[in-house]
Design a protein around this ligand. Structure first.
Ligand SMILES: [Zn+2]
Length: 310
């Protein structure tokens, strides 16, 4: 039984570690309303340095065509236009994130983003920008940013530079909507591919979606995410878009056995995820598997502890 009688009606304080202030989709007012409804006392807003123009680059275009053929989808134009739309809607600049944070400094912290494909000088400049804007970390996405972590020199450069900064690195892991639901397009989201870099990292690293997001193959890289988090103490897991994980006894047992219960972070993935923030929080609150103190850790304490490190 839960301690203190397990009062299920107790509304828990929440830190939302994964929220997208997509400028073309949600207003700041809508976000404020959503977080208030869900008792979110602090939300981590994520930048997305994605660029629809990247798909015009020869190397990336060639890669998309190759992957398209691998899945026997020949309608390259269709995939191309879906990607273009998602990247256009997703684009969220670091300045925009910082602007919201500075308007509501008690409500939000920000994590910027760097398109590492744009090369060493760009990475350095963007990192300086992120520090200057007082953002607390960097988000990268192998899917939407079209990079393969394996032997990636730009990624190595980013990890090296990050080691000199007190910043969080958030890595999108697993699949992504649209064409990135296809395994051929999302295998770059396997957290194992980041291990050679994580091994040498001193920064807190958050593996977003616990490596698990996939519409066709739920928990696609959960095993890999669990293994890495167990092995490296600076690795954290967020539950965004995969909150169902804490409803499953076997998965929660894995978290417990690997001592990961205090490195699990609640994230809503609002407004990308199908549920609102409050409904997503309720999945945790109602979980038949988590104890009341585990719920408090996942919804609040763990994130607080992580942010205090920065
Ligand atoms: Zn997300």
């Amino acid at each position: 039984m839960d301690e203190k009688g397990g009062n299920v009606k107790e509304m828990l304080k929440v830190v939302d570690f994964h929220l997208h202030p997509l400028p073309r989709i949600v207003s700041i007012e809508m976000i404020l309303k959503e977080i208030k409804k869900a008792n979110v006392v602090l939300a981590v807003l994520l930048g997305l340095d994605v660029d629809p123009k990247n798909i015009l680059k020869r190397k990336i275009k060639k890669l998309i065509i190759k992957q398209t053929q691998e899945v026997f989808v020949w309608n390259y134009e269709e995939i191309y236009s879906q990607m273009k739309e998602i990247l256009t809607l997703g684009k969220t600049s670091n300045e925009y994130v910082a602007e919201i944070v500075s308007s509501y400094p008690r409500r939000f912290v920000g994590i910027g983003s760097i398109d590492i494909n744009k090369g060493g000088r760009y990475i350095k400049n963007k990192l300086q920008e992120i520090v200057k804007l007082d953002l607390k970390g960097v988000k990268i996405l192998p899917t939407l940013q079209f990079f393969n972590p394996e032997g990636n020199r730009n990624l190595k450069k980013l990890f090296n530079l990050l080691n000199k900064e007190s910043l969080i690195l958030m890595i999108h892991c697993g699949c992504d909507p649209g064409p990135w639901e296809m395994e051929e397009f999302c295998r770059v989201g396997n957290p194992k591919l980041f291990e050679p870099f994580i091994k040498k990292s001193h920064n807190p690293v958050v593996l977003a979606h616990s490596g698990s997001y996939s519409a066709h193959e739920p928990k696609i890289y959960l095993k890999e995410a669990l293994e890495i988090a167990e092995q490296y103490e600076n690795v954290w897991l967020d539950l965004s878009a995969v909150t169902y994980l804490v409803e499953e006894e076997e998965v929660v047992e894995e978290f417990r056995n690997r001592n990961l219960m205090d490195r699990l972070l609640f994230g809503s993935d609002y407004p990308v995820f199908k549920l609102g923030i409050k409904e997503t929080v309720e999945i945790i609150e109602r979980s038949p598997v988590l104890s009341q103190s585990e719920k408090r850790d996942v919804l609040f304490e763990n994130a607080k502890k992580l942010l205090e490190k920065i």
